[in-house]
Each structure stands twice: as structure tokens, then as C-alpha cells.
Design a protein around this ligand. Structure first.
Ligand SMILES: [Zn+2]
Length: 118
């Protein structure tokens, strides 16, 4: 799993989109967000120089194509489901035998001796 998978979900209208690698994100309109510094730039008392800090990482936000509200992506994990091993195909005789067995379970084997029932 090299590619990261992300899911967009709109709470308002239920729009859902799963993207792998973010290539198809280009079709969505991205809202521009200004970067914010982690701390206010301040003066270092000993060196007398301004100390600037790094910028915070902000979540990218996009416009929902259905209703226009702001949506963001969250990383999801896709579970790889193993394909079930193909069962050997039953012959017609085996199928009939199974059906008879089921009937026996439902109606009881002693029913055969008394077909009129009740
Ligand atoms: Zn929406």
C-alpha cells in the first residue's frame, strides 16, 4: 500500500468521494487558506534579533461539488479483501442429495412412512 487513500465526506448533502494519491482532487475547487505561524515573532533578549517560528500545517479544504459547503479529506485505510477460494462445482446428483437431506431435516424422516401427514 504505497498510495495514501483519502475520503471526502460532506455532512450536509452526503457527498462522498474516495481518492487515491490525490490525482482526481484537481477537479475539486480548493479554498485557499492563509498560513499561520506557530508563535508570534518576538525579539530574542540576548541576541537582539527577531525570532520567527515555523508555520502550522493546515488542513486543505475543498468545495463540495453538490452543495458548495466546505469539505476536507481524511485519511482512510482500505481493507483488502481476499477473494474466496472457488468451491468445486457440485454435480447434479450431489445437489439433489442435498435437497433431499434438507427436506428430511424440515419434515422429518419418519414422514416418508406416513405421506398423508397429520
Ligand atoms: Zn455537500
Amino acid at each position: 500500500m504505497a498510495e495514501k487513500t483519502y475520503q471526502f465526506y460532506c455532512d450536509h448533502c452526503g457527498f462522498k468521494k474516495i481518492t487515491k494519491g490525490g490525482e482526481d482532487v484537481k477537479s475539486l475547487y480548493e479554498y485557499k487558506r492563509s498560513s499561520i505561524q506557530k508563535e508570534i515573532p518576538h525579539l530574542d533578549p540576548t541576541t537582539k534579533k527577531a525570532v520567527t517560528t515555523d508555520f502550522m500545517k493546515r488542513k486543505r479544504t475543498f468545495r463540495c461539488p453538490d452543495c458548495g459547503r466546505m469539505i476536507s479529506a481524511r485519511q482512510i485505510k482500505l481493507i483488502e479483501i481476499e477473494k474466496p477460494v472457488e468451491k468445486a462445482t457440485l454435480t447434479q446428483k450431489e445437489i439433489t442429495q442435498r435437497i433431499i437431506k434438507r427436506f428430511d431435516l424440515i419434515y422429518g424422516e419418519d414422514e416418508e412412512n406416513n405421506p398423508s401427514g397429520h
